[in-house]
Ligand binder design. Sequence first.
Ligand code: ADP
Length: 353
Amino acid sequence: MQLWLLLALSYIFLVVVSAGSIWFFLTHVLAGVVTGPDFIYLTWVVIGLMVAVLACIAVLFATLGHLIVRPLRNLITAMEAFAASGTHSGIPVPSAAPHEVHALVSAFADMAQRIDTAHSHDAEISRVKSDFISTAAHQLRTPLTAIRWAIEALQKSGLTPDQTALVDNALTKSKELVAIVGTLLDISSIESGKYQYKFARVDLAKLAEGVSHDFAHLANDNHVSLLYVSDGVPKPAVRADQERVTWVLNNLIENAVRYTPAGGSVRITLEVSGDRVYMRVRDTGIGIPATERGNIFERFYRAGNAIAKENEGNGLGLYIARQIANDHGGELSFAPNADGPGTTFTLSLPVMH
Ligand code: ADP
């Protein structure tokens, strides 16, 4: 119940009780002692006194409301705004308000200030980390590319079969390193907000079909059936950066295939709900252990069962994929399958109007 209403109800209760008491006093007490014009005169005096007292109480209640209820309401509005947007401004409190109200409002202002300071500290640490990653990745890229060219040149220099095997392996590893450095550069540009998205109309159904086609080979090699399942209903275009969303789809579908044992399946479906298109990648794979689900979108995180199944992987894909989904005004989430083993990842993107 609102405090204003409580005050108003208390006041009405007071009026009723006072009126009842006065009525009882006039009819049962005064009427027995005084009669005639004196009774009428005294009745008016008593009623006048009662109205005056009730008027004073009304003023007292209104003042209480002004000094306590209004600042509390302002505090609640400020707290809701802080929770929603993280911004806060001064809360007006009448100087005559009780000490407790002043203390409450200033405790909130202190707390909001501390949270602000902690946020800017976190943002600064995050910026320094991003800068460091970006600088390190830039520094690594040039020598790594040179090493890769050197290995490629070595490959063509008439090697023995043993040497060829070694050099092939070195080339594969150097390509992986170049890819990791590229990913780190992607992370720092996306995190720092420097990445320029090129938003356009994208046909997600066509994209999903194309990407599943691209992974047919990998699925075949792993004996996993990979299928884009269309419901035949045309889907509206989404607002997306085609290159980045393709990257996300590649990541989700490649993960699904890699983390599904032979004989399993991966199904990709699309659904429209509200003003979003939802793409689901459902696999019958190893699943994500319940205790590790909270960490899956963290940088470099790989679940224990994934490391045991696939020693290759860097735990960066989902982290970037979620950033990209968020930057699109969409979402990336996952849930264990309710009716069997495996996981379903869901990417939602806003429809382009
Ligand atoms: P990577 O696959 O290179 O390890 P990701 O960031 O793409 O990195 O994925 C992070 C982790 O999330 C994986 O290591 C794995 O533990 C888990 N994961 C992602 N997709 C799946 C999936 N379809 N099934 C089971 N685990 C998954």
